[in-house]
Design a protein around this ligand. Structure first.
Ligand code: FCB
Length: 466
């Protein structure tokens, strides 16, 4: 018997800036990622998303590829600055039209469209007014979301935000992602405004979304949710100081967003972690952040092991796991953590359908060497061997099956990523795709991991040999 419930969605994920290219086509405005990637020294090799995978022009070919693999869902994101070039005001019909065509093409192919409204590419014009630190951004987001809900009624699963933790930690605390600021006060405020934006976005959805349960061709999945990145925080030793450090790290990464989103309160630890950057207003306003959602998306890549270190942020320093397998981004491969995460969320925040909205790995596939002119060539239709990614998928899907078996209500899985793409500050050097992209020719070539995933889907999990 399949370990996966009937109607389980087998998907792949991408995001707008990482794959689309043509950032200014059809009247689109600049985003903070256009700015960031064109600022010297911000992105490896000076890479930017100007062309990326040219998905904006090749989306039909990419939908055909998804259909070949047997995917039942595709998670993509909408670029706010295509819909509202200045981040507010009258929508840009040509920008919206791209997503309408994409949604139509997906539905024609029997693939459920899952759209994320915000995957890190804030309109630059809003950044000029303070970006996520400006309280008005939440209302702007709800207006933009409302435009999308009304225009794109073929979308089955809506997500408000992708990984608000990464937006605040990478964008406003450590400055490694756009807009590249380093300020605890800004980070705390950005986190709070992201949560306010989410709640207002959910409200707008309830007010505007047409009933969609009886529409022909739907996968059965529906509703609005939000996507968070989670990772278990394990103490490096049994010492109380290390255990406390793991608790703080857990509050900072995992509960920072889960608790306000689902329980309407912030973890107590946050005021200690942020110190004077934390405003009591945030706690007072927290009950308003828990707008009821239909599902929760979890992005899972790794765990971290931490030890007490007063000099580190949240008093918790990561401890390298010698001997473990690590991906090209230095992330420990730890499949058990997916089971642990899903079981924990199911227990602590019950009665909420879950989706694994991202899971995958960057490895230095043989094709990386090939496109650099060393190693075997990669011709059209050639198989590209990526055994580490195949094993990563197999082991994480087995962990997912164990979590479902233990009672976690998981309704779908999206591999990150369909295509090799622009990996933010790492540029094009790090490849997460199950499909190889030759950036010189835009030739797509499925890797062995794509074939393996297709076989898992086709066999309804039997290929996992559980
Ligand atoms: C996640 C992001 C996604 C991608 C993967 C590798 O944090 O949501 O866009 O970069 O990491």
């Amino acid at each position: 018997m399949s370990p996966f419930p009937p109607g389980f969605l087998w998907g792949a994920a991408t995001s707008a800036y990482q794959v689309e290219g043509s950032p200014f086509a059809d009247g689109a405005g600049a985003s903070i990622w256009d700015r960031f990637s064109h600022s010297p020294g911000r992105v490896a090799n000076g890479d930017a998303g100007d062309v990326a995978c040219d998905h904006y022009r090749r989306y039909r070919e990419d939908v055909a590829l998804m259909a070949d693999l047997g995917l039942s869902a595709y998670r993509f994101s909408i670029a706010w600055s295509r819909v509202q070039p200045e981040g507010r005001g009258r929508p840009n019909p040509a920008g919206l039209d791209f997503y309408r065509r994409l949604v139509d093409a997906l539905r024609e192919a029997g693939i459920a469209p899952a759209a994320t409204l915000y995957h890190w590419d804030l309109p630059a014009a809003l950044d000029d007014r303070g970006g996520w630190v400006d309280p008005d951004v939440a209302g702007r987001f709800a207006d933009y979301a409302d435009v999308c809900f009304r225009a794109l009624d073929g979308v089955e699963l809506w997500a408000t935000l992708n990984e608000p933790w990464v937006v605040t930690d990478g964008g406003y605390l450590h400055g490694v992602l756009a807009p590249g600021h380093r300020s605890p006060a800004e980070a705390a405020r950005a986190a709070h405004n992201l949560l306010r934006a989410h709640a207002l976005g959910v409200e707008a959805y309830r007010a505007s979304a047409p009933p969609r349960s009886d529409r022909a061709g739907d996968s059965g999945a529906a509703g609005i949710g939000v996507v968070v990145n989670l990772e278990p925080k394990h103490p490096a030793s049994d010492r109380p100081a290390d255990r406390d450090a793991a608790e703080r790290a857990d509050a900072y990464l995992n509960r920072h967003f889960l608790d306000p989103l689902l329980l309407g309160r912030y973890p107590e630890e946050l005021s200690g972690i942020y110190g004077e950057a934390w405003s009591p207003d945030f706690d007072q306003e927290a009950p308003g952040l828990a707008a009821p959602i239909d599902w929760l998306g979890i992005n899972y890549y790794s765990r971290s092991v931490v030890r007490h270190d007063p000099a580190a942020w949240a008093g918790a320093a990561p401890v390298a796991q010698e001997g473990a397998l690590h991906t090209e981004l230095g992330w420990e491969v730890y499949p058990d953590g997916l089971e642990e995460t899903l079981r924990r969320v199911a227990a602590d925040y019950p009665a909420l359908p879950l989706y694994v909205t991202e899971n995958g790995a960057a490895f230095a596939d043989p094709e990386t060497a090939a496109s650099a002119g060393v190693g075997p060539g990669v011709g059209p239709g050639a198989e590209i061997d990526d055994p580490l990614r195949v094993a990563y998928l197999r082991d994480h899907l087995r962990a997912l099956a164990r979590a479902i078996d233990a009672g976690a209500d998981v309704r779908g899985y999206f591999v990150w990523s369909l295509l090799d793409n622009f990996e933010w500050a790492h540029g094009y050097a790090k490849r997460f795709g199950i499909v190889h992209v030759d950036y010189a020719t835009q030739q797509r070539t499925p890797k062995a991991s794509a074939r393996y995933y297709a076989e898992v889907i086709r066999s309804d999990g039997a290929a996992l040999e559980i």
